[in-house]
Design a protein around this ligand. Structure first.
Ligand code: KE4
Length: 437
């Protein structure tokens, strides 16, 4: 069955395409993680996807756990989304004017996500977090923002920053091209370390506009919040009038129908969304308390805009996707599939491989090396060479994983029990082969 057999040789067309691509696209890719820098080798060029599988340009199938980095919770080309988009396109692909559809999507999101009373659609998660930071600064009149070491919020200048450690530090930029002045107002705390946050907040609260956090860290591999961590952030920010922003670009509609804020029962002031919200088409959104959102132009003085915001085709795909995620049993199914994969992988680790699996719902990470990953610092002790062998070993067995130890695997509704069993079997087979090295 495609996607579970051994892939005897790598796609030759992909290799040719990659070489061509590097001539006209920086690094040959339109987003760095796709270049496989963390695992080596040349990326597979994907020709199409269907259900739980993708197919490279040679038609070789792979079980896909990247799922376009999270959006494809229904799997690839789900019929309800495809049919809705096919119907929508002949009606026009964009108007630059308000539409009933974007209003319907905003109302649906406000109904699903507890912390959102008003919503603004944008075109990427980066736009969402960038705008939420600006809005927080405009609303509070303060300048500093606090983020967490290891959390990623898109390539926003002010958030491309991390300190050496998690204590009070004004960060240096993490990317060329970002002036120190742009990150000079960015504080870094340690995820799951309430004391590191409390110290920074108490020192800086008079000029601290926002605390932004991935409620489940997904960008150092999956790291769940420790019990009480999110509650402590909520209490601290409320005490000092600081805007609490949940970056739910990954977790929104992923870890629960109402996102992480529903799963953990903590309601932020602002929420950033993306990925699943667009059903695989380019999207982002930010929303929250009406009092804060009403500061946004044209209602208020904080400017934010976007030519393609609320694009009717994107909104159609988003509505069709969210409608498939309405029934509670959907999240029971996702939880069960995630659990099966976690237990299967952990079972192989328990046979003698150092590592651990972290999971929240249908997003999970297999760490090779550390026995426990409760913070990004733990994740950084991962055995990167072994991960690279794991990645390629699984690829050769028809399993397509995120090409980095610091990303999440995503299980979709299209992944069946056989697929999950085949994935675990492939891991066991690779592990046995690797142990003989
Ligand atoms: P985009 O601008 O890439 O749509 O979203 C940025 C973003 C914001 N917040 C969180 C929590 C995110 O995870 C992301 C983007 N996620 C990465 C993968 N972890 C996208 C993959 C890529 O960069 O190519």
């Amino acid at each position: 069955m495609i996607g579970t057999g051994f892939v005897s040789r790598r796609s030759s067309l992909s290799a040719g395409l990659f070489e061509r691509s590097t001539r006209v696209v920086p690094g040959g890719v339109n987003s760095p993680v796709r270049a496989w820098s963390a695992v080596g080798g040349e990326p597979v060029f994907v020709g199409r996807g269907q259900g739980a599988r993708i197919f490279d340009e040679d038609g070789r199938g792979y079980l896909d756990y990247v799922c376009a980095w999270g959006p494809l919770i229904l799997g690839h080309a789900p019929r309800p989304v495809v049919e809705a988009v096919v119907r929508a396109v002949p009606e026009g692909t964009g108007f630059g004017a308000p539409t009933a559809k974007e209003l319907e999507l905003a109302e649906l999101v406000c109904e699903r996500i507890a912390g959102i009373e008003q919503l603004r659609l944008v075109n990427s998660g980066t736009e969402a977090t960038m705008s939420a930071i600006r809005l927080s600064r405009g609303y509070t009149g303060r300048n500093k923002v606090l983020k967490f070491d290891g959390c990623y919020h898109g390539h926003v200048d002010a958030l491309l920053a991390r300190a050496g450690s998690g204590v009070a530090s004004f960060s240096l930029p993490d990317s060329a091209g970002v002036p120190e002045s742009f990150t000079g107002q960015t504080l870094i705390a340690d995820f799951n370390d309430v004391a590191s946050v409390r110290n920074l907040v108490r020192e800086n609260h008079q000029d601290l506009a926002a605390v932004i956090v991935e409620p489940v860290c997904g960008n150092m591999g999956v790291i769940p919040p420790e019990p009480g961590f999110l509650e402590a952030l909520r209490e601290l920010t409320r005490e000092y009038g600081i805007v609490l922003i949940f970056d739910e670009v990954i977790t929104g509609f992923r870890v629960a129908r109402g996102g992480a804020q529903e799963r953990y029962g903590v309601t932020p002031d602002l929420t950033c969304l993306g990925k699943i919200l667009g059903g695989g088409l380019p999207v982002g959104a930010f929303g929250g308390r009406r009092e804060i959102m009403s500061c946004l132009a044209p209602a208020g003085p904080v400017y934010q805009a976007g030519t393609l915001s609320g694009n009717p085709v994107t909104v159609t795909a988003g509505l069709a996707t969210l409608k498939e995620l309405a029934a509670p049993e959907v999240y029971r199914e996702l939880e069960e599939k995630g659990r099966r994969l976690e237990e299967g992988l952990q079972g192989v680790l328990d046979q003698g491989i150092r590592g651990t699996v972290n999971r929240v719902g249908s997003m999970l990470t297999l760490f090779l090396g550390p026995d426990r990953v409760g913070a990004p610092a733990d994740a950084r002790t991962s055995d990167r060479d072994r991960f690279a062998r794991f990645f390629h070993g699984m690829l050769a067995r028809g399993i397509y994983l995120p090409p980095s130890p610091f990303e999440a695997l995503f299980v979709s509704l299209a992944h069946g029990e056989d697929d999950i069993a085949a994935t675990v079997a492939a891991f066991a087979d690779w592990a046995e082969e690797d142990s003989r090295r």
